[in-house]
Design a protein around this ligand. Sequence first.
Ligand code: AMP
Ligand code: GLY
Length: 428
Amino acid sequence: MKILVVGSGGREHAICWAIAKSPRCEKLFCAPGNAGIGSVAECVEIGAEAVDALVRFAQDQSIDLVVVGPEGPLVAGLVDKLDAAGIKSFGPDSKAAILEGSKGFMKDLFAKYNIPTAAYGRFTDHDAAIAYVREQGAPIVVKADGLAAGKGVTLCQSVEEAEAAIDAAMTDKVFGDAGAEVVIEEFLEGEEASFFALVDGKTALPLVSAQDHKAVHDGDTGPNTGGMGAYSPAPVLTPALAEQVKKDIIQPTIDGMAAEGRPYKGVLYAGLMISEKGIKVLEYNVRFGDPECQVLMMRLKSDVVDLLEAAADGTLDQQHPQWTEEAAVVVVMAANGYPGSYEKGTEIRNLNAAGKIDGVTVFHAGTKADGNRVLANGGRVLGVTALGTSVSDAQARAYKAVDTIDWPGGFCRRDIGWRAIERERGNA
Ligand code: AMP
Ligand code: GLY
């Protein structure tokens, strides 16, 4: 098979790395890719959002399967255009990707199909939004309706903060069109967990559990990022809870989407809040998490191409993926200053030595090749990933590799996986 992966992050490096291991893959392209992806796939200089150019390339190269990494091209209709051109793809079309593209749509779907979630209101009128937060009181959550690069959510401790968040989105338009509508939500307490399932329009095939760390600093403090690390398995999601999530949240969503004439295919990534009062879904993403994908790909023993193709073909009910019992940890190394402003172009050394440590694979995110040198080219730059007999063993290997990498321009958290490790040690 000839396969094209779309994207340039650590997630796409992990997907390419897994696909490259498949005996079914004869030729692998990645658009646009990065320095690390270049070692397992041929990188093509087409941006992930350049929908028409991607379709043309797939036609010209007679690609058999396109695997779309990020949400942008999914919401923009890449899969719709590939379908029209008769090219098979992994990912939802734009009618289904609206689950991530519009939080208002998503919340209305939850309400219509009795899917447990935070109470909410949807507003296109600024004064009505202000009146709603005054009536509800704080804490409360203000969200831009559309895609806002992960920055559209404000957790507000006071009514004044909520009013400021509404002003920023609706009056100052800091998220552009994405903030023309806002969703205002009940603030939920609890422990967050992620749930990933492959979906083929009707069947959900849950993957092993994985959990990320969104905050930039140790102890889950500081501003939120795209994710500073992840681990798998995530003990918070016990097998019994996972079964409940599938029954009460995932399957009703898939059935609801089909009933709405928006059958969902691809990977469905649910953000959950778990508390004594039960499980609620905070949000859906229509793509793999990054960096959660890195630990999932490390633990997958089955052929990933079989799974991705079955999701596209509607035959997931025949798939039985095998996973290693080992745990995996990914530590993200980011450019100093991230998630604020940061420098590009600093050199990263000793990557080969780090990758030779037992159990370790270094996935690249924002990197760029410059001859034999590897330069930082983004905020999140590397995903140093390791397998181990337990989360603490995998963590130790990952940090050994981190400490081997010579990159004064970058930093990482030192506590990735801490919740799982506390549970392993019996302290939680
Ligand atoms: P979202 O992009 O909707 O997942 O929101 C980003 C982050 O904000 C989530 O991962 C949670 O940490 C937090 N969050 C979102 N919605 C709520 C809520 N209703 N209550 C508490 N925290 C929330
Ligand atoms: N790691 C969180 C995300 O991919 O959205």
